[in-house]
Write a protein that binds this ligand. Structure first.
Ligand code: BES
Ligand code: MN
Ligand code: ZN
Length: 493
C-alpha cells in the first residue's frame, strides 16, 4: 500500500509545517513570501548558499535542519528572467514531489510566490505532484519501511480559491492519465476484454453513457476483421462505445478510437519469448481513449465526444486465424491475413469504419501500439502521427508540445497504399520491413472514408519509457493529456 497524496491550498504564511519549501531564482535571494520564511531562520543568505554551493539553478537544493528538527528546503527555480512555460510547472511539481518524498515527512508547506505562479501554473504544479507520486504497486507485498498513510502538502499561494479551481480542472486530466496508467500496467490475466469493458462501464458514474457490444452483435455488423483476431482466444471480444454529451445536442461528435489488444502473442505468427510480457500493454490505445473519456467527463467538457475501443486477445490455438486466411471487414473490403501478428490494424479496420459510419464525426483520431517499426524510427520520444488533414495534424502537433506528449508527423501516399494490395484479396495485412509503420497507416486509411482522420502510433510511448519528472511508472498514460489539450484548445465552445 502506497501513500495517499492530499493537496490543499492556503494563503501565504497561514500555516507552518515540519517541512517548508521555498524557491529562489538563480543568483537571487528568496523574494516575497519566501523572503519572510528565510528571514525567520536567522541565517545569512550569502554564507548559507556558499556553504551549500547553492546557485538557484533548476534542480538544486539547499537543505536546512533547524531547531526542533524543523526543516527548510530551498529549491532552485532557475533563470529569474526566463518565462517558465506552463508545462515547465508540471515538471517542477514532479521534481518537487521527488524532493519531498525523499525527506519522508508527512506534512509540508510549499511557498509559491513568484510572478509566474498564476492559478494555471499552480494547477500544473499540482498535476506534476500527482503524476510523479503515482505507483503501480498493488501486487507488491508491503515492506516495513514503505511510506504509508497520507502525505499532506499545503500550497501557499496568493489566491487559494482560484488555485483550487485550477487544480480541480487540471486534476480531471490527471485522473484520466492515471486511469490509463492503471489499465496499461494491469496484467492480462486480470484484464481481459470482458474485464476491460467492465472498467470502461464504471465511467457511467461520471455521466458517460457506455455501450458494450458482444461477439453476436459484432458478427451481425459484419466485423469479420476484428473478430478473426479474437477467434484464437478463449476470451471473447468486446467493442465498447463511450458517449460524452457535454456539447449542444445534435452537434457532430469528436471521435477517438483505440486498439485494445489485451495481450498480443502474435497468434500463429507467434512472437519470440524475449520481452513478450510487454505485450500486456498492447491495449495502450484503448487505455488512452478510456482515460480521455474519464478526463472529459470529470471536468464536464462542453463538447460531444465518442470513444470506441476494440478489445481482443491475440492467441494461437486450434481455432486461431491462420496466415493465408481471407476475412471480410464491415466495410466490405476483403483482407488476406499474411501475418497474424499484424492484428492491431485488423481490429481498427472495423472499429474505424463503424465509428465514421455510425457517428459522422467532426474528426476521428485513433491511437494504437501498432508497429515495432515506429520505435525504430522515433524511439520512445515521439509518437508517430499520420493524417489525411493538415489542419488536424497541425493542431495535434501543437497540443503534443504543450502537453509534453510529443508527436512527429510521418508521410502517407499513393505509392505506399499500392504496397498493401494482395494477390488474393483486396488488401493484405502485412507487407514487409520497408516503411512498416507507414504501410500499417495506409491499411487503416482504407477504413476512414473521407473523415478528417489522424492515427497516432504509440508503440514507443505507451509503455517501457524511461522515468521522467512526471512519471515513475512503466506506463506513462500517453495520449490523455495530449488529446485533452487538443479538445481544450480547439474544440470546446
Ligand atoms: N503490438 C505490436 C507492435 C508493438 C511492438 C508494440 C513492440 C509495442 C512494442 C503489433 O501488433 C505487431 O506485432 N506489429 C508487427 C507488425 C508486422 C507483423 C507487420 C511488428 O511491428 O513487428
Ligand atoms: Mn502483433
Ligand atoms: Zn499488437
Amino acid at each position: 500500500m502506497s501513500q495517499t497524496l492530499h493537496i490543499v491550498t492556503a494563503a501565504h504564511s497561514a500555516v507552518s509545517a515540519p517541512l517548508t519549501v521555498i524557491y529562489a531564482a538563480e543568483g537571487k535571494a528568496p523574494a516575497g513570501a519566501a523572503a519572510a520564511v528565510w528571514a525567520a531562520t536567522g541565517l545569512d543568505w550569502v554564507q548559507s548558499t556558499a556553504a551549500g554551493a547553492f546557485k538557484g539553478r533548476q534542480g538544486q537544493v539547499l537543505d536546512i535542519i533547524g531547531a526542533g528538527g524543523r526543516r527548510l528546503l530551498v529549491l532552485g527555480s532557475g533563470d529569474a528572467d526566463g518565462d517558465t512555460p506552463l508545462n515547465g510547472w508540471t515538471d517542477r511539481g514532479g521534481s518537487l514531489l521527488g524532493k519531498i518524498a525523499a525527506t519522508r515527512v508527512e506534512t509540508a508547506a510549499i511557498v509559491l510566490d513568484e510572478p509566474g505562479a498564476t492559478p494555471a501554473a499552480i494547477g500544473e504544479l499540482a498535476a506534476g505532484l500527482r503524476l510523479r507520486q503515482y505507483r503501480f504497486d498493488k501486487y507488491k507485498s508491503a515492506r516495513p519501511d514503505d511510506p504509508t498513510g497520507t502525505l499532506t502538502l499545503t500550497l501557499q499561494v496568493a489566491d487559494p480559491a482560484a488555485a483550487d479551481l485550477a487544480i480541480a480542472d487540471r486534476g480531471a486530466t490527471v485522473d484520466g492519465t492515471l486511469l490509463a496508467r492503471d489499465l496499461v500496467n494491469e496484467p492480462a490475466n486480470v484484464l481481459g476484454p470482458v474485464e476491460f469493458a467492465a472498467r470502461a462501464a464504471e465511467l457511467a458514474k461520471l455521466g458517460v453513457e457506455v455501450e458494450i457490444l458482444e461477439p453476436a452483435a459484432l458478427e451481425k455488423l459484419g466485423m469479420g476483421s476484428l473478430l478473426c483476431v479474437a477467434q484464437g482466444s478463449d476470451r471473447p471480444a468486446r467493442l465498447v462505445v463511450m458517449h460524452w454529451q457535454g456539447g449542444k445536442p445534435g452537434d457532430a461528435p469528436l471521435a477517438f478510437v483505440g486498439k485494445g489488444v489485451v495481450f498480443d502473442t502474435g497468434g500463429i505468427s507467434i512472437k519470440p519469448a524475449a520481452s513478450m510480457e510487454d505485450m500486456k500493454g498492447d491495449m495502450g490505445g484503448a487505455a488512452a481513449v478510456t482515460g480521455l473519456m474519464c478526463a472529459l467527463a470529470t471536468r464536464k467538457a462542453p463538447v460531444n465526444v465518442v470513444g470506441v475501443i476494440g478489445l481482443v486477445e491475440n492467441m494461437p490455438s486450434g481455432s486461431a486465424v491462420r496466415p493465408g486466411d481471407i476475412v471480410k471487414a464491415m466495410s466490405g473490403t476483403t483482407i488476406e491475413v499474411i501475418n497474424t501478428d499484424a492484428e492491431g490494424r485488423l481490429v481498427l479496420a472495423d472499429a474505424l469504419w463503424y465509428t465514421q459510419d455510425r457517428f459522422k464525426p467532426k474528426f476521428m483520431i485513433n491511437l494504437a501500439t501498432l508497429t515495432g517499426a515506429i520505435i525504430v524510427a522515433l524511439g520512445h520520444e515521439h509518437a508517430g502521427l499520420f493524417s489525411n488533414s493538415d489542419d488536424l495534424a497541425t493542431k495535434l502537433l501543437a497540443a503534443g508540445l504543450s502537453a509534453n506528449e510529443k508527436l512527429w508527423r510521418m508521410p502517407l501516399g499513393a505509392v505506399y497504399d499500392k504496397m498493401i494490395e494482395s494477390k488474393f484479396a483486396d488488401i493484405r495485412n502485412s507487407v514487409g520491413r520497408p516503411a512498416g509503420s507507414i504501410t500499417a497507416a495506409q491499411f487503416l486509411q482504407r477504413f476512414v472514408n473521407d473523415v478528417p482522420w489522424a492515427h497516432l502510433d504509440i508503440a514507443g510511448t505507451a509503455f517501457g519509457v524511461s522515468p521522467s519528472e512526471t512519471n515513475a511508472s512503466w506506463a506513462p498514460g500517453f495520449g490523455v493529456a495530449l488529446l485533452d489539450r487538443l479538445v481544450r484548445d480547439s474544440y470546446q465552445n
